[in-house]
Design a protein around this ligand. Structure first.
Ligand code: MG
Length: 407
């Protein structure tokens, strides 16, 4: 209802979760009651919905993205595919929090209907960029999420020999939906067994895409980012503060943002050729400001048809990188004071505290979703990365103890 009061025409889609249809029906009803028109695009990935939003004032996606199947949520996008800005989100949340929702008069109820052809439109847009025939073997794992309705068909249209697993829409996900190496053990096995040129995996709403190379090795996100940026001939690359320093050594102008694909997308709105987050969100601003796992899959297929992915991976710099968390809440000002005593060459406070050293870096930031502190360390040697990581751990624990004492 809040959205329906702010926007007139909205396209609505959802992923494959068991609760998605009920939530979508509720959203559609809210829009109508507020006098807005909702157009139901059915089951579709977030980037597909984002492309359909170009015809409307806003897009509404029912999904919990890469989170477990019992979760659900709402993502809001602008006609250019970018996520709602904090100001836009604030406006909606404010109306909900204040309960200042009002139904329109019976004569002014919105008229809802279907949005037809969202998937076809997305496919056509991608095919327009990749017109050739890409006769390579691809193994696809959609984890039964929203990509099931698009990625296998798209790649077949591109001429690929597609073998797939978990590419039917189903709300009981057969594997954990976040496309991490640990969650993709079956895909890795199948790529090796089938001798595929690559393996493609998505999360629940397919704004993310991760991949396995021709040798059956999971490609770390930091390397996939460099491959995309290199092959696109990108000059200006946007990524998050926690991405590997390897990207800085690939010859790009690198612009860092706070953690989160939204931040990357908002930065690309200003300028930049390509952006991404090592967790698997890739933004190609020429197609959309929404991270597009489907477009990324097509682009990687095009790359793999020319070069062996394992060869591309081999040529990229790689440094020992440790990511983890400490399950405590601590005062960031205390942490900052302690961290600055470590004599870094520079300190970055864009998102948490990042210390840069000549041979590595250390980042400490409070989790946005859980009561814990996240910690990332990377260095030229494994020994130094471990040392930085452990120093960070100690500082967090000490600060947490101090906050307990202060209370
Ligand atoms: Mg997602």
């Amino acid at each position: 209802m809040a959205l329906g009061g702010l926007y007139k025409r909205l396209v609505v889609a959802g992923d494959t979760r068991t609760s998605t249809a009920a939530m979508k029906n509720a959203v559609m009803a809210g829009l109508e009651i507020a006098g807005a028109h909702g157009f139901d695009a059915g089951v579709a990935p977030t980037p597909t919905l984002a492309m359909a939003a170009a015809d409307c004032d806003a897009g509404v996606m029912i999904t919990a993205s890469h989170n477990p199947p019992e979760y659900n949520g709402i993502k809001l996008v602008n006609p250019d595919g970018s996520a709602f800005s904090p100001a836009q989100q604030g406006k909606v949340e404010d109306i909900v929090a204040k309960g200042s929702l009002s139904a329109v008069n019976w004569m002014d109820f919105g008229e809802s209907g279907n949005y037809r052809g969202a998937v076809e439109r997305h496919v056509d847009r991608i095919i327009a960029d990749f017109g050739g025939v890409y006769d390579i073997k691809v193994m696809v794992d959609c984890g039964c999420g929203a990509a099931s309705v698009i990625t296998p068909d798209l790649l077949k249209k591109m001429g690929c020999g597609v073998t797939h697993q978990y590419c039917y829409p189903r709300g009981y996900f057969p594997r954990a939906t976040e496309p991490t190496e640990a969650n993709l053990a079956e895909l890795i096995k199948e790529v090796k067994k089938n001798g595929a040129a690559l393996g493609i995996a998505h999360d629940g709403d397919a704004d993310r895409m991760m991949a396995v190379d021709d040798k059956g090795n999971f490609i770390p996100g930091d390397k996939l980012m460099a491959i995309f940026a290199n092959e696109a001939g990108a000059k200006d690359v946007v990524t998050t503060v926690d991405a590997s320093m390897a990207i800085d050594e690939c010859g790009f102008n690198v612009y860092r943002t706070p953690v989160g694909d939204n931040s990357v997308s908002w930065r690309l709105k200003e300028s930049g050729d390509f952006g991404g987050e090592p967790s698997g969100s890739w933004v190609f601003p020429e197609i959309s400001l929404c991270p597009d796992g489907i477009y990324a899959a097509a682009r990687l297929v095009e790359i793999a048809s020319r070069k062996r992915l394992s060869e591309l991976v081999k040529d990229l710099p790689e440094y020992p990188l440790l990511r983890g968390s400490v399950p405590v809440v601590a005062d960031m000002t205390v942490i900052e004071k302690e961290m600055e005593m470590l004599n870094p060459i520079s300190v970055d406070t864009m998102d948490g505290i990042k210390l840069n050293f000549k041979d590595g870096w250390l980042l400490v930031r409070p989790s946005g979703t859980e009561p814990k502190m996240r910690l990332t360390a990377e260095a030229h040697t494994g020994k130094r990365a471990k040392e930085l990581y452990e120093t960070g751990q100690d500082i967090i624990k000490k600060a947490a103890m101090e906050s307990v004492r202060a209370r």
